[in-house]
Design a protein around this ligand. Sequence first.
Ligand code: SF4
Length: 295
Amino acid sequence: MDAKLLQSRLLELIRRTSCELPPDVKRAVDKGWRKEKAGTTAKYAFSVIRDNVVLANDKSQPICQDTGTIICYVDRPLWITETDFRKAFETAVVQATKVGYLRQNSVDSITGKNSGTNLGPGSPTIHFHETKAKAMTVRMMLKGGGCENVGTQYALPNTELGAGRDLEGVRRCVLDAVHKAQGKGCGPGVLGVCIGGDRASGYAASKEEFFRTLDDKNPDPTLARLEKRLVKEANSLGVGPMGFGGETTVMGIKMTHRNRVPASFYVSVSYMCWAFRRDGCKISESGKVTSWLYS
Ligand code: SF4
C-alpha cells in the first residue's frame, strides 16, 4: 500500500479517537446525566462533560488536554510489515501533534524533556498480531494519565480486605479500587479487570477490555453476572462524577481472566476516565477504509 495513503488513513483514525467520544460512551454519559438530580453538582459535572464532548466533536479538537498514552493494536495481514506500519503510524502521530489533534505529551523519563512529537521509547505503543484476514484491523486508545494513576493491582489473598483467592475476593478488590479512587482520575470511570495472569500480562489484558463496548455482554456467564453486580454495587457507593457525590460512579466494569501459576493470584484493575477515547477501523490492501468499528 502507498505509504502516504496509509498515513492519511491513520491520521484520520487519530483525529476521530482524540476528538470524538464513541457512541456507546456518549450513551452512557447521557444516561448518567439523566439519572442525576437537577441542581446537584453531579448534574452540573455531567452537563459540562456533555458540552465538552459536543465542542470537541464540532471543532475537531481533543476531548481532553491530556493526550494520554497512545496505544495501538494491529491485526496485520501479510501484505504489510510491522516496520512499514510503525513508520506510517509514527508519521501520523507527528502530524496529529503538529495540527493539534494530540497535545505534545510524551516526556523522557530520565531527562524530563518533552520530545514535542509524542514519539520516544514506548510512545506510541503498538501491539501486532498476524492475521489471515484480507483487511488490516487497527484499534487505538488514548489512555489518560490521571485515570492511569488510580489503576491498581492486588495479590490475593489480601488480609486487609478479607479477600481470598476466589471470585468473592476479586469482587472485594474491585470495590476497593473504586472506593479508593473517590472520583479521582476523572470519574465516572470504566474499569477493565483481569483475574490472574502475571503482573504484566494481567495489566495488559485489563486494558484490552476497553476495546469492548459498554453495552455488550460478557460471553462468560459467571463474569457477566459479576460485572452486572459490581456496576450496581459501585454505583451505590455514592462517589459520583469527579467524586462530587451522585448516582453514577462507574459507567461500566469489563472483566476477563488469564491462567495463573499456583503461587500467585493477581487482580489487575485498569481505570478509564469519562474521556474514554477509543476507535478502530478496517483498512483494505488498496488503502480503503472499509468500516469503522464503533460507529
Ligand atoms: S484522566 Fe482523563 S479526563 Fe482526566 S485529565 Fe486525564 S485524560 Fe483527561
